[in-house]
Ligand binder design. Structure first.
Ligand code: SAM
Length: 315
């Protein structure tokens, strides 16, 4: 087993990842991922950006499942971050897993949408682009410096439809119950997917205590998100952690508290996935939870967890 990753993290991960996938998953922690981004249709058209790429001698590769998504080799990162198209918001650098969230939530122009944990705003921008700046989009972030970063990114990306709120997401649901057609809760988490082999700074904040702490917050945020959702509305819960305490167990607690919620099966556009766990720590989980999706990390993609929920319309 690799000594380049924290031993306890690896022990836990082995209980989550199927043995057939272990080798590639382990190798993914050492790989230099490509730099992926979205072209921002609120600011530009694809042809114009491609002229800019040509000028820089770059040939981005298109993603088959996101019409505005592209990747370049990792070495191109600084060329991109120094470019006018990045600094003026015509492209937004965003990992592939992160791009999946808005695609799965599938917000439509004219709808009322909430992003309950929004900074720095990559997914808010993606949602605004999918909604073509039409309808209502509210973005909540309680951490001041992150809130201002969010505002700056939205302004730079011309996401003029977004209303921003410097607020604790846990307070939102009871203030605006049954308000939104779609809610994204990309929850604060222990960020296990960001851990990189041989880079102790990438796990300096990681501990089992941290997992327990964020899990409590995630449950309260998901409760708030559910309250804010209209009957019939859809909610996407996501994290960039592998820990079942931050994922399956958060969903299970929400289903217990909210019989009006059900988990929807998701048609995923990528194949590096596994269903939500059916048991953890020797305890069987609610079978609905297995409709969640764990995106396994690869050489191209970070690990991710997502669960699409719907509020029932009838009694
Ligand atoms: N969705 C964002 C994006 O794609 O750019 C990333 C969101 S990040 C995973 C989680 C965010 O939740 C952080 O910005 C964090 O500050 C924020 N957060 C922490 N506690 C919160 C709370 N009580 N209510 C709402 N957001 C919270």
């Amino acid at each position: 087993m690799s000594t380049e990753l924290p031993a306890r993290f690896l022990e836990r991960l082995q209980l989550i990842i199927p043995s057939s996938q272990w080798k590639p998953v382990l190798a993914s922690f050492s790989s230099d991922r490509p730099v992926c981004f979205r072209i921002n249709p609120l600011k530009t058209i694809t042809d114009q950006v491609f002229d800019e790429f040509k000028g820089l001698g770059l040939q981005p590769e298109a993603l088959p499942w996101n019409p505005f998504g592209y990747c370049l080799p990792a070495q191109a990162r600084s060329l991109l971050t120094d470019s006018a198209m990045f600094n003026e918001g015509r492209i937004y650098i965003q990992g592939l897993s992160s791009q999946l969230a808005a695609i799965i939530l599938n917000p439509q122009p004219g709808e009322t949408t909430l992003d309950l944990a929004a900074a720095p705003g990559g997914k808010t921008l993606h949602i605004a682009a999918m909604m073509q700046n039409q309808g209502q989009l509210s973005a909540v972030e309680p951490v001041k410096n992150r809130f201002f970063k969010l505002r700056a990114n939205l302004e730079r990306g011309a996401a003029s439809m977004v209303r921003t709120y410097l607020k604790d997401g846990r307070e939102v649901g009871h203030k605006v119950p049954d308000r939104f057609d779609r809610v994204l809760l990309d929850a604060p988490c222990s960020s296990e997917a960001r851990i990189r082999a041989g880079k102790p700074e990438s796990w300096s904040h990681w501990s089992e205590k941290k997992i327990k702490e964020v899990s409590r917050k995630q449950k309260r945020l998901l409760h708030s998100a559910i309250l804010s959702l209209k009957p019939g509305g859809r909610l996407l819960y996501s994290t960039c952690s592998f820990a079942p305490e931050e994922n399956e167990l958060v969903i299970q607690a929400a289903l217990r508290k909210h019989p009006e919620m059900s988990v929807l099966s998701v048609d995923m556009p990528v194949t590096n996935i596994q269903p939500g766990l059916s048991e953890w720590s020797g305890k069987a989980l609610n079978p609905e939870v297995a409709k969640s999706v764990r995106v396994l990390p690869t050489k191209q993609m970070d690990g991710f967890f997502l669960c699409l929920l719907q509020k029932k319309t009838g009694p």
